[in-house]
Design a protein around this ligand. Sequence first.
Ligand code: ADP
Ligand code: MG
Length: 255
Amino acid sequence: MRADPSPAPDSALDPGAPIAVTQVTKSFGDRRVLDDVTFTARPGRVTGYLGPNGSGKSTTIRILLGLAAADSGTATITGRDYTGTPHPSREIGVLLENAGLHPGLTPIKQLKIAAAASAASAERITAVLDEVGLTDAKNRKIKTFSQGMRQRLGIAHALLAEPRVLILDEPANGLDPEGMIWLRGLLRDYAAHGTTVLVTSHVLAELERFIDDIVIIGGGRVLSQTSLDQLPGGTDLEAFYLSTVHAATDQEAQS
Ligand code: ADP
Ligand code: MG
């Protein structure tokens, strides 16, 4: 079955959206990784940013966070460049791939350092450690942690400032089934309180259980921006994703 990639909704043109990526192009050497990428993420919703490995998801997030420069186009969070936001770490929670955790520190120390930047209180550190299930491990060195525990700590870091915008690159990596259920509840809860959540993942079956909106990227382009509840009847996320990506590959082969 083939589902036609649906056009981006009007919100894709809203430059004031909490997260707005507008006509972003980026090449590494002579390889174009992002080609005129435009999408938005809305408040109170979890937006899944999906695409094959190497399709430019992390690059897009790095551009949003000012860690890489776009060749052209704009990427803004609440209408501003990340670097132009007065106190970005108070408003924007971030989990990057290979989150910058220090193996020699304990979660408590790591979060205290982060709390200084985001003006979070000692009570908040205790609360996020509890929220991610690391209270019992808070005084252990991070180097003794499993990948799932590191991921939970990275998420704790992202949540520290009670951000209005959460940007999580592959948060499900390394989580066990219970961790996935926990993550789902956590992100739903933040969205329910009005947070704008952008999350990349390749675990489609799981993602389907907690995202509202979908942006699919492939071949450097946005192939579809739509909502889960707008998928054609009887189509699950996996089927929609595969048909969207395959349709784009076929089109490219024909041109
Ligand atoms: P994704 O997160 O979707 O898997 P990435 O954004 O990490 O994809 O990478 C997209 C492409 O850009 C990949 O082919 C990757 O090798 C390349 N790439 C990413 N960062 C760099 C860089 N700093 N220098 C050169 N190539 C890069
Ligand atoms: Mg990536």
